[in-house]
Design a protein around this ligand. Structure first.
Ligand SMILES: [Ca+2]
Ligand SMILES: [Ca+2]
Ligand SMILES: [Ca+2]
Ligand SMILES: [Ca+2]
Length: 742
């Protein structure tokens, strides 16, 4: 700064002649000021009163809002303890469930220090308070009232606004909100007597049962190349100290296409290890911490989404004409199956009505992220880094994650992941079983006998059948089966008896297909009794098991290891529930072109369609294999699924699309059950291909494409019946309403 050159000229004061005038002015001011002061006093007293009311309004409204938040939290805690096997919560079962919640909530809120009065129930309502949460905070009272509410005017304009106006049928006195809706009113009062001011708010809550995950696994989750997921992922696997014990392992979709791009992604991965603060595998351009040390970070965000991630490097590498899109030509898909499948994966993910869907280009419209949802891990970070990861977990966890707004992308020691735990006893499949009254053998023989012997497509039953390895097509089979073959047949509501171990080829299954198996399978030799070498000689002739007091030499006779090849299902595949996970004996493999066509079935009633759409595979503690080890690019090898997919452990390879939830029940723990020694990481939920060295013992990377796997959580889909799980009561935030003064 330069010194000041010019001083201000001195002000000269000429006061003599002005003294008299000043005195008169002073007196005038005195008069004016005193009258003003009187006026001001009147005004400010009014202001003081207004200010006090205003303060009370604010304080009581704030207290009511605090009360609502606090009660929402408390409600959340108790609803997690109320369980039902019903999949769909409706006006029929909601009242009884609400009463359980109400009683649990009353019990949990009782006798707390801030209670000015204890909570009490009247009829189906719960009254809470007054409660004073903080010193000097205005107390609040709350009421929980299930709909339909007596005396409520459901014809009023209040119910003409969203979300009510979007309900069908429209809300009216004839069609009031049903018992799945719970109204919560919180009223807070500040002050006493005549000067007391109250403010109230209300919100409607909804009773529901959901498992808010695209994948919820008790074993580790392996998400391979060319796999995209929409919806949260939860992994309860905690043995991270073991080799390959990554709770969630993800492989980049963009690696392996070009060595130059791979090198750029290596550099980016190094940045992530230092700069990524929130675990989303992206660097936020707006964050100084996440862009520290990176020159001109904005220039690296090529798709302009505010983040630098793998997709920007992919664009930078392949968008050679700089139009912001990668075409099939730029990606050089002809004769390059991996590139062609990547284009298909990204270009056809999500709603077919979205911008850029299936237009043959990969660009910003396709909104690529590997996981659109939060990742919840039960394990802790340091255990993983010091254990399986041997340094940075990012080496085993690649690809951008975009959670919902306000959610953490990656949470360790996650309560969410721990909240839902499903074991074999949480599943009751008897409802499905009772529908599967059809006799497999009777239906098969009738069709085979009626078939025209000259028709090459005729229904065929081959009792001798084929001998094949298990898992089918695996480079590392652990057993062999001699399977009877059922071909070109239609089955209706059949039970496949224990010990059938069949191959069904090009068959149609309608209604429930119930795969029976022995539930008492906890004997340590269960997987091994009857195991064979490739040439048929017994592998473990000395191992037999005791089931219900009887010795069984070969457990193949009491279990069911089934392969469905090129089959169509107009309904659900449901298995009996084994108590232990025995993947050698209890396995269902879907190969070839598998179709689940429930909606389009002309055979099912509307009620059956509704039922089976939410439960297309219900096989707790079963090993389920979908897709193929050998032909990930064969256009005939595709699997389309919708609904809740339940298995002990599930492997999905090839070309698979799921709209629903993948839920696995088996938690591998070292030296327990089928897990020999420290091999729990080898029991994993695998989506896509991994080399054997990654701990997936059944697979190797194919050299003819890595497949296309797209999984999308459907929040609107009810769960199947029979799963014992917690309900939830969540606020419908758009129903928030201020009740005003009273
Ligand atoms: Ca980040
Ligand atoms: Ca970007
Ligand atoms: Ca381009
Ligand atoms: Ca596109």
């Amino acid at each position: 700064m330069e010194p000041t050159r010019h001083q201000k000229p001195e002000t000269r004061y000429h006061a003599c002649r002005e003294r008299g005038a000043a005195a008169i002015l002073a007196m005038m001011f005195l008069v004016i000021f005193s009258s003003l002061a009187a006026a001001m006093a009147i005004v400010s007293q009014g202001n003081l009163a207004t200010a006090e009311s205003h303060l009370k309004v604010n304080r009581s409204l704030a207290s009511a809002e605090t009360g609502m938040k606090w009660l929402t939290y408390r409600l959340d805690q108790v609803t997690a303890t109320v369980k039902t096997r019903d999949g769909l919560i409706d006006a029929g079962n909601a009242p009884a469930l609400w009463l359980q919640v109400r009683d649990a909530l009353q019990l949990s809120l009782a006798n707390e220090g801030h209670n000015l009065d204890e909570p009490y129930a009247i009829a189906n309502k719960l009254h809470v308070g007054p409660v004073s949460l903080g010193p000097g905070a205005p107390p609040f009272t709350a009421e929980f009232i299930p709909h339909p509410i007596a005396g409520e005017n459901y014809n009023s304009s209040y119910y003409q606004r969203p979300p009510y106006s979007k309900l069908t049928p429209a809300v009216s006195n004839a069609n009031p909100l049903d018992a799945t809706w719970i109204r919560v009113k919180v009223i807070s009062t500040d002050g006493h007597g005549d000067s007391a001011i109250s403010r109230g708010i209300q919100m409607d809550f909804r009773l529901d049962k959901k498992i808010n995950f695209a994948i919820l696994s008790k074993s580790r989750v392996m998400i391979g190349r060319n796999v995209m997921i929409e919806g949260p992922i939860g992994s309860r696997f905690r043995e991270t100290h073991l080799q390959n014990g990554h709770p969630v392992q993800m492989v980049s979709d963009f690696r392996g296409l070009d060595p130059v791009l791979d090198a750029a992604l290596d550099t980016f991965s190094d940045w992530l290890k230092v700069n990524d603060r929130d675990g989303d595998n992206r660097l936020s351009v707006a964050s100084a911490a996440e862009t520290a040390g990176i020159d001109n970070p904005e220039s690296l965000d090529l798709n302009g989404d505010g983040f630098i991630d793998e997709f920007d490097f992919f664009l930078n590498h392949f968008d050679t004409n700089g139009d912001g899109r990668v075409s099939a030509t730029e990606l050089n898909t002809s004769g390059n199956i991996n590139a062609a499948q990547l284009l298909e994966l990204v270009d056809t993910f999500g709603d077919s009505g979205r911008a850029g869907f299936g237009d043959g280009f990969i660009d910003a419209d396709d909104r690529y992220v590997k996981i659109r949802g939060a990742v919840h891990v039960a394990a802790d970070l340091s255990g993983w880094q010091n254990g399986a990861a041997g340094g940075n977990y990012q080496d085993y966890f690649q690809g951008p994650i975009q959670p919902r707004y306000g959610e953490a992308p990656l949470t360790f020691e996650s309560a969410e992941a721990l909240a839902h735990s499903y074991g074999p006893n949480d599943f009751d499949v008897s409802g499905f079983r009772s529908k599967a009254t059809g006799d497999l053998q009777a239906q098969a023989i009738a069709q085979a006998q009626a078939a025209d012997p000259t028709d090459p497509e005729r229904a065929r039953y081959d009792n001798t059948g084929v001998r094949e390895e298990v898992p089918f097509g695996s480079s590392y089979p652990y057993d062999y089966y001699q399977r009877p073959v059922y071909e070109n047949m239609v089955f209706e509501n059949v039970t496949i008896p224990k010990g059938t171990n069949a191959l069904f080829r090009n068959c149609v299954f309608r209604g429930v297909t119930f795969v029976d198996t022995e539930p008492s399978n906890t004997d340590a030799n269960y997987n091994y009794a009857g195991m064979e070498e490739a040439d048929g000689t017994p592998k473990h002739p000395d191992r037999s098991v005791i089931i219900n007091g009887q010795e069984v030499q070969n457990t193949k006779t009491v279990s069911n290891n089934i392969r469905f090849d090129g089959c169509k299902f107009e309904g659900a595949v449901v298995s009996n529930v084994p108590q232990e996970y025995t993947h050698v004996r209890n396995k269902i493999a879907f190969t070839g072109r598998t179709r689940f066509d429930i909606e389009g079935s002309g055979w099912l009633s509307d009620a059956e369609k509704t039922l089976y759409k939410r439960s297309s595979i219900l096989s707790p503690h079963y090993s389920v294999e979908m897709g193929t080890f050998v032909s990930p690019a064969d256009s005939n090898e595709t699997v389309h699924l919708s609904g809740a997919i339940v298995a002990g452990i599930i492997d999905m390879r090839g070309q698979i699309k799921i709209d629903g939830i993948v839920l696995t029940t088996f938690e591998p723990q070292s030296n327990q059950g089928p897990v020999l020694g420290d091999t729990s990481p080898q029991f994993n939920t695998t989506l896509g291909y991994f080399p054997k060295s990654a701990g997936d013992l059944e697979a190797e990377l194919p050299n003819n494409g890595v497949g296309v796997i797209q999984i999308r959580y459907d929040p609107k889909l009810p769960l199947p019946d029979g799963i014992l799980g917690p309900i939830q009561i969540k606020p419908v935030v758009s129903t928030y309403f201020e009740l005003g003064a009273n």
